[in-house]
Design a protein around this ligand. Structure first.
Ligand code: SAH
Length: 284
């Protein structure tokens, strides 16, 4: 790692877990944004069955539980996070409706069409935006909703330094318009998309990190990887303050719809579309 800046994927998972387990949230977000996204879901005050994928220690899950009826299953790959998640649910008296389980978002232990809502804040990049939207849709009821936050470009162009940082971390990162079209292609209609306000990064993500970095370094004293990890996280915060007009998290809220057998042909017809005449045949 000497001459090369480390990438997030280079760090040991136990270190990442130790660091983020000390925080209420493991990614940018806020109670207000979670509630705002929830407000786009019709009948959200009915008894809903919700899955929260990549739930972490449950910051957003508990907000969802306090603002809905029904049950929520949180799923995360790190057992330590799930242990904290279930302790948090109990502290808030939510343990009968909210349960955390260890599992992977790309191999879900659920039934087809089991959920009214699939929620995921700051986590879908781990499976890939397109892959996650496609795979998770199978677990949604007809007319069910998906609500995810995902790193997105706000502009068509940006400085090379920030482009490199995010392409290394999230190779599929794209613009909001492109992400919406991916969502539509995956079989959802767009209900809403909004960018998370800056304070979701500063007040609930970067500022709380400052408060835990000292204790984290003390516990891992002499561990070069732990020092490098803190430097990486400080660098991420600096980049955010320098380049925040170019990127951020966007909440994408979509509704599952049953894809038609006969879908409308593409509006732009090219020579290759019509080579065998089949496209025109379908109009006749
Ligand atoms: N939703 C939380 C945590 C976001 S951080 C919040 O907004 O605060 C991303 C989370 O995804 C982490 O908790 C990480 O452990 C989890 N994760 C990463 N890969 C995963 C996978 N394959 N399956 C399930 N969870 C995963």
């Amino acid at each position: 790692m000497e001459n090369k800046e480390p990438l997030i994927h280079d760090f040991d998972l136990n270190l990442i877990c130790d660091y983020f387990g000390r925080l209420e949230r493991q990614g940018p977000g806020s109670p207000e944004s979670t509630i705002r996204a929830l407000s786009f879901i019709d009948n959200f005050s009915n008894e809903l069955k919700i899955a929260d994928l990549g739930c972490g220690t449950g910051g957003q899950t508990m907000i969802l539980a306090q603002n809905t009826k029904g049950t929520i299953t949180g799923l995360d790959i790190f057992p330590d996070f799930i242990e904290k998640f279930n302790t948090n649910a109990e502290k808030l008296g939510l343990q009968n409706r909210v349960k955390g389980i260890v599992g992977s978002m790309d191999n879900l232990p659920f039934q087809n069409e089991e959920f009214d809502v699939i929620w995921s804040e700051g986590a879908i990049a781990n499976i890939g935006f397109e892959k996650g939207l496609n795979y998770w849709r199978g677990f949604l009821k007809k007319d069910g909703y998906i609500a995810v936050t995902y790193e997105s470009w706000f502009t068509d162009e940006r400085p090379a330094e920030i482009e490199k940082f995010w392409v290394d971390a999230v190779p599929e990162i794209s613009t909001i318009g492109h992400n919406i079209s991916i969502m539509q292609k995956a079989g959802y209609s767009l209900v809403a998309a909004f960018t998370l306000p800056e304070k979701c990064w500063t007040d609930t993500y970067f500022t709380p990190q400052k408060a835990i970095q000292k204790a984290f370094l003390e516990k891992n004293a002499g561990n070069k990887a732990a020092e490098a990890f803190v430097e990486y996280m400080k660098h991420e915060a600096e980049l955010y303050s320098k380049y925040k007009q170019y990127y951020g998290y966007v909440f994408y809220i979509g509704k599952n719809y049953k894809k038609m057998k006969w879908s409308t042909p593409p509006l732009r017809i090219t020579a290759s579309d019509t080579r065998d005449g089949s496209l025109f045949d379908s109009f006749l």
